[in-house]
Design a protein around this ligand. Sequence first.
Ligand code: KG4
Ligand code: ZN
Length: 336
Amino acid sequence: MTLILALESSCDETACAIIKDGKEILSNIVSSQINVHTQYGGVVPEVASRIHVENISTVIDEALKKANLTMDDIDAIAYTQGPGLIGSLHVGVQAAKTIAWTFHKPLIPINHMTGHIWANSFVADLKFPLLALVISGGHTQLVYMENDWDYKVIGTTKDDAIGEAYDKVSRVLGTGYPGGPVIDRMAKEGKEHYKLPTPKTDGVYDFSFSGLKTAVLQLIQREEKAGNEIIKEDVAYAFQETALGQLTGKTLQAIEDLKPKMLVLAGGVAANSRLRQLMTEKMQAYPNTQLVIPPMYCCTDNAAMIGAVGYVAYKHGLFGDLAAAADPGLMMPGEE
Ligand code: KG4
Ligand code: ZN
């Protein structure tokens, strides 16, 4: 039996989880700062790191208590090394190093985005080759994996991440932060009314969302100038259908070309109800590729997913040391 204590603090959630053999969640504590950042309309990095400092010891204590374990029982400490906000990452990295040093435990540095991918292993055994659509506030990537430690980024956004676009559109509509869940809800009440241009990129699997965001802004300005009332639900609908059209189109193209055994959705935007529905419908045409959608609790940031990938790294002997530092721009393992 292998028990991994995992820490996550890359953005605005302070989290600790204890995972048995990579699969069983013994505890999964997430302290969200969302209520604080909502007041500012987005994550304020300095505020985020201060709150991580206040909460990190408590979430570790709670995770151990909930799992009914002590540090003596733990085999290794997995932690998010990057990517993320530097000040936020530092807190988790320093906490991980401190407990590793104090209790003589091996350290496992983890890339946050691989965590989002492995969150799916709580609902299905991952099968390779695998394609992951990684969609969050900071990333939009198609990742192709031939095996459990091979991460090839075959497509990426050329500008904004999709979650960032959701957040910005919500801001211009005046509907607050985080924008994803709000737009998701509003779009359900919306109908086809406004037209937005389809984003274009050169790369077959690459994405672009900044032009779409600007088009939404221009649409609102145009309607305001013409004295028309803006129907926010319809704007949300038009934005979401266009953004998800691009996302699903490129993903299906990669499925056609690469014929993976599995497609997994990963990251905060994987919580989107319309995307979950669209993907489920469209993947019926590809019976040889199994679709896996992460459970809602595992879409947004948490430490259970860091423990899941931490176990894979543990089996490969991929340990770090006390010299390791937080890396805000950390690439996927194997990427230059
Ligand atoms: O993975 P995550 O928790 O943090 C990062 O690693 O970035 O993703 C956060 C992003 C935010 O941009 C948020 O607006 C978006 O995920 N999000 C959603 C939904 N829930 C969260 N986007 C679309 N629809 C949702 N239901
Ligand atoms: Zn994330």
